[in-house]
Ligand binder design. Structure first.
Ligand code: F6R
Length: 366
């Protein structure tokens, strides 16, 4: 059942091209329009939305952080993202015309369910982005957008996270259709690039993953490292850091690249690995100056950059390249080598990658 892979995690990482295709299937019409039958929110209701709240835990929360940027960029509706365990107790301001989106692979996470119930009580409309049809989250939501990643066995989420990103891309374009925030040509261009993602992931998996394994060899002996990034790279850094922590048991921290010098830079010393995500072209120059900052303190920098941005080789010690796509879609590609980095690091350290200590796949208690 592991299809020849040594673990479910590795199998699930390789299952992502299929998961992306299934999540898009039947939802793109004539290569130009998004249709989402599970969403009953009308065009008028979408136009009336004043704000969106997203609630989730762990990896799903990190997907929601990407989702916030995607939805805000494509629709200009303000989005707030909360950890479900915080949202349920913080008396969130839910006004009329608030949409709450609960993101959950299992659809059974106790805090996420409680957060959505809280939101409903205050009159919000609730949408679920979940991987399990018939789950509690799906049953209690007004609208459902299913990720079709298939069953995820490994405790560390990989294909469910990346399929949640695909769901947000579909939702963003879908809402933009009602709001008329995208011109037709741009919309077609985005959909074309979206449809190209599965093949791009496939190519990455066939490509330079040996380079990622070598980086894992280098970091496996350290006790502490940083991930840094700006914008979507910061959201992705949080996910990459969680993935590495949960299965390798290395301590790592994700930092907004511009925030490091406000305190944590003090932890960077000779040889400290810093993994710099630099896939957002508009922020590239800023991230490069942050890379120089940590280099000056002796950090060993591994950069993740877009193909063609070879100038990073002058600043970073090593560079892993990610294929080009529309900037909002980059996390759906860049996440793949980061998942593999966690996987290889954990394997090198002799850990059970599918069943990390202290963790359960589904957290149905508070
Ligand atoms: C980490 C991981 C967890 C889950 C979290 C929420 O790899 O899998 O952080 O993302 O427990 O679970 P769901 O998405 O089922 O609500």
């Amino acid at each position: 059942e592991k299809n020849g892979f040594d673990s479910f995690m590795l199998k699930e990482i390789h299952d992502q091209p299929r998961a992306y295709e299934d999540t898009m299937r039947g939802r793109i019409e004539a290569r130009s329009t998004i249709v989402l039958p599970g969403i009953e929110l009308s065009e008028v209701q979408i136009r009336g939305l004043k704000q969106i709240h997203m609630v989730a835990c762990g990896t799903a929360y990190h997907a929601a952080l990407v989702g916030k940027t995607v939805i805000e960029r494509l629709t200009r509706i303000p989005v707030e993202v909360d950890l479900a365990s915080e949202y349920r107790y913080r008396m969130p301001v839910i006004r009329k015309n608030t949409l709450v989106i609960a993101v959950s692979q299992s659809g059974e996470t106790a805090d996420t369910l409680a957060a959505m119930r809280e939101a409903k009580q205050w009159g919000a409309r609730v949408m679920a982005i979940t991987n399990v049809i018939g789950s509690s989250v799906a049953r209690e939501a007004d609208d459902c957008l299913f990720t079709l990643a298939g069953p995820e066995i490994a405790v560390a989420s990989t294909k469910a996270y990346s399929s949640q990103l695909i769901a947000f891309y579909l939702l963003g374009i879908f809402m933009a259709q009602s709001l008329e925030t995208l011109d037709q040509a741009t919309q077609i261009e985005l959909i074309t690039m979206l449809e190209r993602l599965p093949a791009q992931v496939e190519d990455m998996l066939k490509g330079n993953m040996e380079a990622v394994r070598q980086i894992a060899e280098q970091i496996a002996g350290h006790n502490h490292l940083f991930f840094i990034g700006r914008g979507l790279d910061y959201s992705l850094a949080m996910e990459a850091s969680l993935k590495l922590k949960e299965i390798s048991y290395l301590h790592s921290e994700a930092y907004a690249a511009g925030e490091l010098k406000h305190g944590s830079l003090a932890l960077v010393e000779d040889g400290t690995p810093v993994i710099a995500l630099a896939t957002q072209e508009l922020l590239l120059e800023k991230t490069v100056s942050n890379i120089k900052e940590v280099k000056a303190r002796g950090a060993y920098v591994i950069a993740f950059a877009l193909e063609g941005n070879t100038e990073l080789e002058k600043t970073a010690d090593q560079v892993i390249y990610v294929p080009r796509t529309f900037s909002l879609f980059t996390p759906a590609l860049a996440v793949v080598p980061l998942q593999l980095l966690a996987y290889y690091t954990a394997s090198i350290r002799g850990n059970d990658v599918d069943k990390p200590r202290n963790l359960a796949k589904s957290v149905t208690v508070e």
